[in-house]
Write a protein that binds this ligand. Sequence first.
Ligand code: AMP
Length: 505
Amino acid sequence: MTNHLFSLVRDGVPDPAKTVIETPEGRRYSYADLIARSGAYAAALRAAGVETGDRVAVQVEKSPEVIFLYLGAVRAGAVFLPLNTAYTPAEIGYFLNDAEPAVFVCDPGRRDALAEAAAGVRRIWTLDGAGGGSAAEAADRAGDAGSAFADVPRGPEDLAAILYTSGTTGRSKGAMLTHDNLASNARTLVDFWRFTADDVLIHALPVFHTHGLFVATNTVLASGGSMLFLPRLDPKLILSLMPRASVLMGVPTFYTRLLKEPGLTPEAAGGMRLFVSGSAPLLAETHRAWQARTGHAILERYGMTETNMSTSNPYAGDRVAGTVGFPLPGVSLRVVDPETGAALGPDAVGMIEVKGPNVFLGYWRMPEKTAAEFRADGFFITGDLGKVDDRGYVHIVGRGKDLIISGGFNVYPKEVETEIDALPGVVESAVIGLSHPDFGEAVTAVVVGGPGCPDEAGVQAALEGRLARFKCPKRVLFVSELPRNTMGKVQKNLLRDAHAELYRD
Ligand code: AMP
């Protein structure tokens, strides 16, 4: 048996001397470097006692080393577990307790702050954004063992990664992704989006999330292409790199920010062949503005941590603004009545369910939650509401569970509300997402305060350090009572309507 996921990378290597990753400072790594360095991490992890199936949890700044560490963990037969860099020590403590990793790799600057959260982990390594730290040193020491590392055999159904989703009830769930979930999706995207070894992707997404780590990276590696690897979204830098690139993958915020750059012209984007957007809804308005400015129709696709990519607008056909295209080859998608599970016809809005090799194995150590989110015939209940039109295009019309997507990150209101409600003087709160020109949606809290309740700045200050920055409300509004329906449920739709213009410029 081979290592199912890593074989995809090995088999895709064009010329080992070819550059696979280049940084803005001009550091270049060849495919041969990628094989050697990931082998060094794999050898170092095994030498540190990591066994097949063990988790390797990682909360570090983006750098090429993270990609080598990810591939090293996969080659070592371990389960890679990336964590959002914005998570606070309290949040990290929950993940480490739940996942029980054999190794935790963190930024050297946060080592002390995370000591308590990571107290139960056998080995703690560090890795900084420049590629230094004890993890990199352990890989350096692996030497010959690294270059000779024999990939640990892993089959299609074995676990390759766990990615935590935001929890609707305050508890995050670890989505277990198999080697074939990732490998099959990468192969499908290579074919569907026509990736070849000639492609150069501008990679400015975070690598702790499915979009940057799997959709972007795996697709490039499986096609033998290369990446211009940016630490973060930098519109001016992206524009300056376009003449050397062929593809950009981003969340909608990438496109709204780039549209503010006067340098975005048909000439600047002339050499590019593909712009992909996903992770949150792209406004039809942004799609049209982009086409007018660059001559390119953004290709919007839809997926989630649990399912990898499920649908995509066509490469050659009509890329319809406001839709997420068709189910990808091999993926079955249906829209059903959320209550009864009965399949609905064209244009009827219901729950989107998907099935295919892309769909995850289940939630880590949560068999009841897993069982509750799958139908008996194997379809996964996504939690997204949508419809399929008479041409077969899928539309996402809303999100069940009131998920907020701010700057491409998911925020579940319940988690923020719980923190606000715990503050002295707060009677109750409702957290909603409001349309924001930059973030897509901005987290907004509506609070009913009693005696001693803090003011807006006070609430914001109290949440800092308790919640990741992207979850903290951009604004806090005060009301005397929350609107409720006859069943006593807070009518968030009324709050959203009443404050729809809050962030309009
Ligand atoms: P995540 O697991 O962080 O990737 O978030 C997945 C969620 O993002 C999905 O369940 C959708 O609600 C949303 N999402 C992803 N892509 C799109 C899209 N193109 N349009 C609308 N919502 C999207």
